[in-house]
Design a protein around this ligand. Structure first.
Ligand SMILES: NC(=O)c1ccc[n+]([C@@H]2O[C@H](COP(=O)([O-])OP(=O)(O)OC[C@H]3O[C@@H](n4cnc5c(N)ncnc54)[C@H](OP(=O)(O)O)[C@@H]3O)[C@@H](O)[C@H]2O)c1
Length: 287
């Protein structure tokens, strides 16, 4: 039977990728962003979930500006925690499943071994802290949920590191990029594909919990920038530098490689290598 799937934050990077993948689905996708559904308003969520008989809510909405969050704690808390609790309460009330996206920034990044889901969280800044509260709020409502923590998200849509680096490496002869922050990029289309796979095949049933997802492999932002420039055909001298060369209010995790064993085993996924996915994204951007 076809399902009704509510997408929130559908104008963002992940939301737009969900729009693309949902187009040919036999399920009924309802795309909303803040103009159609402000997730800080519980009554509005209740109305749409009830009226559209929503089976699954996929929350792509968030406050994602990591630097700005340090000065705008209230808004970050409202969108990344209270609004997420609203979605979970509505899911519980109307028997829907909540699929929510979280972040590697819930960890402090002090280790050097890929991060599993059960490790203690210890966010370094407001963004990570409010996202971690959002996770806890979902769990406290006792709704059916899947939380997917991801890292270094990019896509053809919106602003992101890939688009910035394509631009800068085309414009400049020399660029310094940090090599002391290590993680794994995630092509939002791959993550959207995982969500669609879970939804369409009813794989959420009996699988409540937290999962980690990124592309395969490991790199620093320096390596990532190098690959972007190469694939973009840009000749720019990229030099590795330390994070303290770019003073920021926010401390960022040094090591945030996510261990994806659980999501691969539970949902029987194979995950593309980060360079392969980056190639596809850059090819799409060139079209
Ligand atoms: N970007 C990353 O590198 C990264 C890394 C790890 C995890 N994540 C997580 O991945 C998820 C998707 O990220 P993304 O990069 O796709 O985010 P994004 O591009 O910033 O999109 C978020 C969308 O949510 C909308 N939104 C904000 N407040 C809202 C509200 N009250 N009601 C409804 N919609 C609202 C935003 O609208 P406005 O643009 O108008 O505010 C935007 O369209 C998020 O949960 C994020 O925390 C992202």
């Amino acid at each position: 039977m076809s399902k009704n799937i509510l997408i929130t934050g559908a104008n963002g990077q992940l939301g737009n990728e969900m729009r693309l993948l949902g187009t040919n689905s036999s399920d009924n996708y309802i795309y909303t962003d803040i103009a159609e559904l402000d997730i800080t308003n519980l009554d509005d969520i209740r109305s749409i979930v009830s009226a559209k008989k929503v089976d699954i809510i996929v929350n792509c909405a968030a406050y994602t500006n990591v630097d700005k969050a340090e000065d705008d704690i209230e808004t970050a808390e409202l969108i990344n925690n209270r609004a997420v609790e609203n979605l979970a309460l509505a899911a519980k009330e109307f028997g829907a499943v909540l699929i929510h996206i979280s972040t590697d920034y819930v960890f402090n990044g002090e280790g050097c071994i890929p991060l599993t889901e059960n490790l203690p969280i210890d966010p370094l800044g407001v963004y990570g802290r409010t996202k971690s509260y959002g996770e806890k709020s979902i769990e406290a409502t006792n709704c059916n949920y899947i939380i997917i923590r991801t890292s270094w998200l990019y896509s053809e849509f919106g602003g992101n590191f890939v688009k910035t680096m394509l631009h800068l490496t085309a414009e400049r002869d020399l660029l310094n990029v940090v090599f002391d922050q290590v993680g794994t990029p995630t092509y939002a289309r791959d993550l959207a594909g995982v969500v669609v796979n879970i939804v369409e095949n009813d794989k959420y049933i009996g699988n409540n919990g937290v999962y980690h997802y990124s592309n395969e492999g490991v790199c620093s932002w320096y390596d990532f920038a190098h690959e972007i420039a190469d694939l973009g055909g840009n000749r720019c001298d990229i030099q590795p530098c330390h994070s303290d060369q770019f003073p920021s209010k926010v401390k960022r995790p040094h090591y945030s490689v996510l261990d994806k064993t659980k999501i691969k085993q539970t949902f029987e996924l194979s995950i593309p290598y980060w360079k392969e996915s980056l190639k596809i994204c850059i090819q799409n951007l060139k079209k």
